[in-house]
Design a protein around this ligand. Structure first.
Ligand code: PMP
Length: 365
């Protein structure tokens, strides 16, 4: 028996790990640095590492208590009810839950291009089709309500990535509010804030809860992750915050025990260590600014933990940098040829990335 026809589905192209690239280059992993997947170069909070170690002895039990405790901690962090917090296996898992809850056959989702590939992949698992709005490179990937509303055609979910991957641009809350107000009542606007900790503005949670001068809305949800600022990409932990009207759906759509015991315990420790996140954000902003000032090519302004650089032949640049031990992302896979994305690293990593890129650009001239 064969699987059903999956020709419409594409495989997710995850960035390659240091070990794999080192093996290919015949070098030691310690000689390489990887600034390709927007991970936290400082790692997780030390408290999270201890929590994972301590949790090892309790993994024979299902993660019920830790799951409830983390849900409560996240709800407390945002001052929302526990039921509005949908824990998941990474932000990716939360994307699946939202699609599973919202989409019926032949519904469509509206996503940014260039953009994060998993929205489209996930919607296809749930028999939804993908439509796109363009963020224009010539306009510095500016995000406005007009751009989205012009492309909108009754789509069931509108995805806003703010800060946007891979450009780092953001959308103002007033613009998001306009999109929610001017789309159909059956349309959910989901604001993906995977990189929210690194941005200046407030969270779109204000739109759900009716804070900071906004009216409360029942058609906006927010996505967050522990993979970036919290340094826990490997444990796979993320969540959606949904409006009250959606709260009860979670129990009907989630995979039983949506986040593992280890992930929940790590998340609980991490959310408590505010200092670690503050330090991460501070060093990230320094690295981001340094790259903008010192790279010999156009670097877009970014509110994420990465910068997008216009390099011309991105594939050649990415390969040459990798040869020199610096792994970065060629943005062709985002539908954005000619650009590379570099994650903000430690001071040493950032220095090395800039030096290597500038040398490669000079060589290729
Ligand atoms: N949204 C965006 C915009 C992302 O870039 C990513 C990860 N690269 C995710 C969501 C999902 O991240 P995770 O599943 O690790 O939480």
């Amino acid at each position: 028996m064969k699987p059903r026809d999956l020709s419409d589905h594409v495989a997710y192209e995850a960035g390659r790990g240091i070990e794999e690239v080192a093996r290919e280059l015949g070098r030691e992993p310690s000689e390489l640095i990887k600034l390709a997947s927007n991970e936290n170069p400082h790692g997780p909070s030390p408290a999270a590492t201890v929590a994972i170690r301590e949790a090892a002895s309790s993994v024979s039990s299902y993660p019920k208590a830790a799951h409830a405790d983390l849900t409560a901690a996240v709800a407390d962090r945002w001052d929302v009810s526990d039921k509005q917090v949908w824990l998941a296996n990474g932000g990716d898992g939360a994307i699946d839950y939202l699609h599973r809850t919202a989409l019926e056959p032949d519904d469509t989702i509206l996503v940014p291009t260039p953009g994060f590939a998993y929205y489209g992949m996930s919607s296809r698992f749930h028999h939804g089709d993908v439509r796109k709005y363009s963020l224009e490179r010539e306009a510095d990937f500016e995000q406005t309500a007009d751009i989205v509303l012009e492309a909108y055609d009754g789509d069931r979910i509108v995805w806003i990535t703010s800060p946007h991957n891979p450009s780092g641009s953001t959308m103002a809350l007033a613009e998001i509010e306009r999109i929610a107000a001017e789309t159909d009542a059956e349309t959910l606007v989901v604001v993906d804030e995977a990189y929210g900790e690194f941005a200046d503005g407030e969270s779109a949670l204000s739109l759900i809860e009716g804070r900071n001068g906004f009216e409360s809305r029942d058609d906006v949800a927010v996505l967050r992750t522990f993979s970036k600022a919290y340094g826990l990409a490997g444990v796979r932990l993320g969540y959606a915050v949904v409006p009250d009207e959606w709260a009860d759906a979670y129990a009907r759509v989630n995979t039983p025990f949506a986040a593992s015991e280890l992930a929940c315990r790590a998340g609980l420790a991490a959310i408590d260590d505010e200092e670690h996140v503050e330090r991460t954000v501070e060093t990230t902003l320094e690295s981001r600014q340094y790259m903008r000032e010192t790279i010999d090519a156009h670097v877009w302004e970014s509110e994420g933990n990465f910068v997008l650089v216009d390099v011309g032949d991105a594939t050649a640049v990415a390969e040459a940098m990798q040869e020199r031990g610096v792994i970065i992302r060629d943005c062709s896979s985002f539908g954005l040829p000619g650009c590379i994305r570099i994650t903000c690293g430690t001071d040493d990593e950032t220095d090395r990335a800039v030096e290597t890129l500038n040398a490669v650009l000079a060589d290729l001239e």
